[in-house]
Design a protein around this ligand. Structure first.
Ligand code: GAL
Length: 824
């Protein structure tokens, strides 16, 4: 029954190649952390009963893995529509592996970046522990229970996501983040054992201070010498003086070293320069552990008058909130998929990410470091008072301290993190108990990191009575916010309540401002009319808001709907833009996410709040932000140009770098418009006529840019575009292929919804399909998908074998099309 996992042995051997006789005596930074994702066995019981002993149907798979994304959408799923209408259940994972005899004497632990949820772990029948929180990283020491040589080891993991509902959004289920084996000498840097700060930063020099926690798990005392140095692209630049310490058996010791780096390249949003700090432990002249900490050097403050200052310069935080799912890939972490999301955000001009509402995948933070985002790292959506029946509230007492500490410990070296959020809209915010918990959590954070600010998303922080404005909030908002006044927070976090921002300095004279969450405007990509399909309309209770008009909603052929608690996109940005003391905001949300289709119900199963849809296609407001936030020249017109003859249409243009825009319909000038005051768009209203609508922007009378939309004829073709035509042959990399349905001349058919069939040949496979339609119930893991408003997405993943991959797309009545990409 026990099988050797030869691949694993190979990895271990390779990792120990530099010291053939004694594998793992030295643990070099790159080799001490070994991916442990391949060849797991998985068994699911959707009902949630514990049937391990009877399980015979084990599926072989690689992690990260989200079993819920593979299920069918189900109106009656216990997770509810809020949870994405995809069911949970109880899953078992196991993996067999062998270790070389040479590895005995090493310290070997297993690190899970995140398991949703209630995981329990065994090694060779020994119980290691449980972790209820589905978003936290955790590790177990395997060393005392391991077999070496031919006798195999077995890791067994139980994942219980059967008690539903337990989340307000789609959580995913399973070991959905990476798993690692950490193999070190018995004398080693502790798990997440370094803390790097840069107390003094100027352009001329930076002081680098590192605190390191060193563990001696030998049975005798050890003398070791500890060295730190900083590298830039592998080049050693500066180092701390090496220090010799004695550590008693089975004890740990924390030491601090400081040194100076001359002329540092500072980390910024535009140029996020990263260094590496290397910790080296030497015993009797031999390096026994080497640990790498990526480091970014920057200074910042939140100023009461000037807002956020990074390296001495004002930077407005133009952030978005992101949930952790990756659309059609579900919660299963894939670095390229996260990177693509961040690239799409960067291109819009976004410079901040809020990890709503939980600790994110470590890969997201690494990418934020490398790409330059201002991160608000959030811990909890719930404290002791639950929001759904089986959520974290039930675990609060036992786990919140440990979970928060582990999050700070894991994340505190990321230069991209500037704020810790200890909670989102927690029920306790209105009560003294909320103030008390807030102070407790803030103290936990401060005990581990005083270099960032602590905040929380509150709705709203200010007593509505004091705000002097009418806000449509829940009734609770009428109470004073005890958390805001508790002294626990270094920066006041506003969820919505944009009407109160201008008075922040009056209401909170001593505490800076951040809008933790704003807008929540609803939109479906490519929809502009009042929809006749009732699944897409705002419920009756609220539809007055736009049929009768409201101050914010000036769009008649609208692409967005305002929520009572939020605003249209332009409204909040205009306020944030206007006042320097408003440090910035995090818009709800950058991308649509699975679950929470508020205010709609079934058949909707994913959210409408994104600036970009679930497939990664921008909605129109994307270009409003892009015109405001980037140096790129933007001229974007909406809507599409397929309407009824004579129908009155509002045409909008978002533009920059120009003072006016002229519109032409079939060559005939419609008129010039320019933005006045704080306008963010211009608009024309006139009757539709088929043909070409062209816009030209001018600066001082000179043409800056032109763009056009054309009336599409009958859908005829499929046009395929890959975001990358060359991908890595590593079994993980992805090519995101956009499918456009066009007429015979290549004009996008803006209402085409053909069901498209996909097939792939060569060394790749289809791992996801999506269209951005929140009401589509076809599987994201299928080989066919209906387009939404002319567009569809298919995601192709490489195999480990390099070679060509050809994707073919076909649909009834359309010309078949294919595209080839290379995996190398
Ligand atoms: C907020 C909440 C978010 C999301 C959003 C929808 O109140 O913090 O998680 O539910 O509303 O508008």
């Amino acid at each position: 029954m026990i099988k050797r996992n030869s691949l694993f042995i190979l990895i271990l051997l390779l990792s120990a190649k530099y010291i053939a006789a004694q594998s793992f005596i030295t643990s070099k930074s790159n080799d001490r952390k070994i991916p442990f994702n391949e060849n797991w066995k998985f068994h699911l019981n959707e009902e949630g009963t514990d049937t391990l002993s009877k399980a015979s149907d084990w599926q072989t798979l690689n992690l990260p893995h989200d079993w819920s994304i593979e299920r069918n959408f189900d109106e009656n799923s216990k997770a509810g529509i809020g949870g994405g209408a995809l069911s949970g259940g109880l899953g078992w994972y196991k993996k067999e592996f062998t270790l070389s005899k040479k590895d005995s004497g090493k310290k070997i632990s297993i690190l899970f970046d995140g398991v949703y949820m209630n995981s329990e772990v065994w090694i060779n029948g020994h119980y290691l522990g449980k972790r209820p929180n589905g978003y936290i990283g955790f590790s177990y020491d395997l060393t005392p229970h391991l077999n070496y040589g031919s006798k195999a080891n077995e890791i067994l993991v139980k994942v219980d996501n059967s008690q539903q509902p337990n989340s307000r959004w789609y959580s995913g289920s399973g070991i959905y983040r990476n798993v690692w084996l950490i193999a070190t000498n018995q004398l080693h840097v502790a798990q997440w054992g370094t803390f790097v700060t840069t107390p003094l930063v100027t352009e001329e020099s930076a002081t680098i201070t590192v605190q390191v926690d060193i563990v001696n798990e030998y049975k005798d005392n050890k003398d070791a010498s500890i060295t730190h140095y900083i590298t830039d692209n592998g080049k050693k630049l500066a180092s701390a003086q090496s220090q010799t310490i004695s550590i008693e058996a089975n004890k740990n010791k924390k030491i601090t070293q400081s040194f100076t780096l001359k002329n540092p390249t500072l980390w910024s949003v535009k140029q996020p320069h990263m260094y590496s700090l290397i910790t080296e432990i030497t015993v009797e002249g031999k390096v026994v552990d080497q640990y790498e900490t990526p480091v970014g050097i920057r200074s910042f403050k939140f100023d009461l008058d000037k807002g956020f200052i990074l390296n001495g310069k004002s930077v407005k935080i133009k952030g978005v909130c992101l949930h952790h799912d990756l659309g059609p890939l579900g919660a299963a972490v894939n670095t390229r998929a996260i990177e693509r999301q961040l690239e799409i955000m960067k291109e819009m001009g976004v410079n901040g990410i809020r990890t709503a509402h939980n600790p994110p995948a470590p890969e997201l933070l690494d990418l934020c470091d490398e790409m330059g985002f201002i991160v608000m790292d959030e811990s909890f959506d719930i404290w002791e008072s639950s929001k759904t029946t089986f959520d974290y509230g039930t675990e609060w007492d036992e786990w919140h301290k440990k979970d928060l500490e582990d999050q700070i410990l894991r994340d505190r070296n990321h230069p991209s993190i500037f704020m810790w959020s200890i909670g989102n809209e927690v029920h306790e915010q209105w009560s003294e108990r909320g103030a008390e918990i807030g102070r407790e959590l803030s103290a936990i954070v401060k005990n581990m990191d005083t270099t960032r600010l602590v905040t929380a998303g509150m709705n709203p922080p200010i007593h509505v009575k004091d705000a002097g404005v009418t806000i449509q909030f829940e009734e609770t908002a009428a109470e004073p916010n005890a958390l805001a006044g508790s002294g626990a927070l270094d920066i006041i976090g506003y969820n919505y309540a944009h009407q109160t921002y201008k008075d922040h300095q009056k209401n909170f004279p001593n505490t800076p401002f951040i809008a933790t969450e704003t807008s929540s405007a609803l939109a479906t990509r490519g929809y502009y009319e009042f929809p006749s399909d009732t699944t897409k309309i705002w419920p009756l209770r609220w539809d007055k808001l736009f049929t009768e008009g409201n101050a914010d909603n000036t769009v008649s052929a609208f692409d967005q709907v305002r929520t009572p608690w939020g605003s249209l996109h332009e409204t909040t940005w205009k306020i944030i833009k206007k006042y320097d003391f408003l440090s910035g905001f995090y818009i709800w949300t950058g991308f649509d996410y699975l679950g929470e289709p508020t205010p709609y119900t079934w058949p909707s199963r994913s959210s409408y709040f994104g600036i970009v849809d679930l497939a990664g296609f921008p909605k129109d407001s994307y270009y409003m932000y892009k015109s405001e936030w980037t140096q790129d020249t933007v001229l974007h017109i909406l809507p599409h140009w397929n309407w009824e003859k004579g129908q009155t249409v509002d045409v909008w243009a978002y533009y920059n770098h120009a003072d006016e825009v002229e519109l032409f319909l079939n060559g005939k000038a419609i008129g010039k418009k320019r933005k006045e005051g704080d306008d963010l768009h211009v608009m024309w209203r006139f009757p539709f006529e088929a043909g070409t609508l062209m816009a030209k922007s001018y600066k001082n009378g000179k043409l800056v840019k032109e763009t056009e939309v054309k009336t599409a004829g009958k859908p005829a073709k499929l046009q395929l575009q890959a975001d990358r035509k060359i991908i890595k042959a590593d079994g993980k990399d992805l090519s995101f292929i956009t499918v456009n349905i066009t007429d015979k001349d290549g004009v996008l058919a803006p209402r085409a919804d053909h069901n498209i069939q996909f097939s792939v040949e060569g060394n790749g496979k289809i791992v996801g399909v999506a269209s951005g339609d929140p009401t589509n119930h076809q599987s994201f893991k299928g080989k066919e998908h209906k387009a939404l408003n002319g567009k569809c997405l298919v995601i192709v993943q490489s195999e480990k074998e390099p070679g060509a991959i050809t994707l073919k797309a076909s649909a009834n009545g359309l010309e078949t099309s294919s595209i080839s990409i290379i995996s190398e």
